[in-house]
Ligand binder design. Structure first.
Ligand SMILES: NC(=O)c1ccc[n+]([C@@H]2O[C@H](COP(=O)([O-])OP(=O)(O)OC[C@H]3O[C@@H](n4cnc5c(N)ncnc54)[C@H](O)[C@@H]3O)[C@@H](O)[C@H]2O)c1
Length: 358
């Protein structure tokens, strides 16, 4: 692993996105989304994604300098056309509206069409949580999930995120793909040259595979829960719920109609659907934060089945990783990623990312 200063990784990402054609604000917002993923321990959604975004801009599949527009609204809802901007631009626009409406009416519910990949879903739910709301964010994605009993993908990894701040600096932070893992985790295994755990993906024969290259090529991820015996159909159902809220409600592409996402940026605009919900906690019983903290602290005190692995609350891993990252001020990347960044710098004629010497 090679270390890079956080500020340097951000500088590199902003430079690349600007060199590809994004305006400074759009580049900075997208880069912050990416660095937060690296900071929280989700490298699959960090720097790892940069080249996809760059290629989407260069190929014209994403038009970062358009403006999102509101197509229709009520006091508590809005339907937005992202007009094919970067996912971060669209998501800030939509979640800002959801938060404003939640503060005015108690609930803000915004669906978006014409959007692009918006990274870590929890980033968006947390934005509303930091404004005193229960934040929820969902997005549909390119087809990767194989419906239970199937041999072909039909739905996305469609993440669900629900985030709420509690008292004593606690945060309930659930941010999860509805497949067993996000596809980026398969890419990370490829980059590391390591096999996949069982229950993540199927090969072209419809059987589980541990071969990361074959899994990436086949693009058939198993739903959350795995096979039918272990209730994978619930993950499949949840992925369907996300698409209903995102693609189907917004009139964006949905399920099997979404293009597959490639490194080259070929395939035209993604026209993804997204959904952002903010609920003002003050509308309900006082003491929400205290009760949530009491619950989370209770869960952690449950006797672990393996004493070396304490029970965690959702978000604990991310919080620990963020603290470690902030203390050292650096993020670490696998060698293969550093090499890809060097070629990208050359291609875009930007200053290469400076790697710290050990
Ligand atoms: N934008 C997209 O197209 C897209 C698609 C899929 C996933 N994603 C993102 O990929 C990222 C990774 O998703 P994932 O599903 O692989 O995440 P994950 O499996 O690492 O974690 C999922 C959730 O479980 C919690 N968790 C983990 N271990 C736990 C434990 N032992 N006890 C209690 N809680 C625990 C985490 O805090 C997190 O909230 C997320 O940020 C997600 O939004 C994005």
């Amino acid at each position: 692993m090679s270390k890079v200063k956080i500020s340097e990784a951000v500088r590199f990402m902003v430079d690349c996105l600007k060199a590809a054609g994004a305006a400074a604000k759009a580049a900075e917002q997208q880069a912050d989304l990416l660095i937060q993923a690296d900071r929280l321990g989700h490298p699959s959604h960090g720097l790892n994604r940069l080249e996809f975004y760059v290629n989407d801009i260069l190929s014209g599949a994403c038009t970062p300098n358009n403006q999102p527009t509101v197509l229709k609204e009520s006091p508590s809802t809005a339907w937005v056309d992202a007009n094919n901007v970067l996912g971060a631009t669209a998501s800030h626009f939509a979640m800002d509206i959801a938060i404003k409406k939640a503060k005015e009416t108690g609930v803000g519910w915004v669906t978006v069409k014409g959007s692009n990949h918006n990274g870590m879903a929890g980033y968006w739910a947390k934005k509303a949580a930091d404004r005193g709301c229960i934040g929820m964010a969902f997005t549909n994605t390119s087809p990767l999930l194989v419906p239970t009993r199937g041999k072909q993908s039909a739905l996305g990894t469609n993440p669900i995120s629900v985030v709420a701040n509690a008292s004593e600096n606690e945060t309930f932070y659930l941010d999860m793909a509805t497949t067993a893992v996000a596809v980026g985790k398969i890419e990370m295994q490829q980059r590391k040259g390591e096999p996949l755990p069982r229950g993540w993906a199927q090969g072209p024969d419809g059987k589980e595979t541990t071969d990361a290259d074959l899994a990436f090529k086949t693009q058939c991820l198993m739903p959350l829960g795995g096979g039918e015996q272990t209730s994978g159909y619930k993950g499949y159902g949840l992925s369907g719920v996300v698409d209903l809220l995102c693609g189907i409600a917004s009139g964006a592409n949905y399920g099997h109609h979404i293009r597959s996402w490639s490194h080259s940026g070929s395939g035209g605009p993604a026209n993804l659907g997204q959904c952002f919900i903010a609920v003002d906690i003050d509308c309900f019983a006082p003491g929400f934060g205290d009760r949530l903290t009491e619950s989370m602290q209770h869960w952690r005190k449950i006797e672990p089945s393996d004493p070396s692995l304490p029970v965690l609350a959702p978000g604990d891993k991310e919080k620990k990783k963020a603290k470690e990252t902030d203390e050292c001020g650096t993020v670490s990347f696998v060698q293969q990623q550093i090499k890809s960044c060097a070629s990208l710098a050359e291609r875009l004629k930007v200053k290469p990312m400076e790697v710290l010497q050990d």
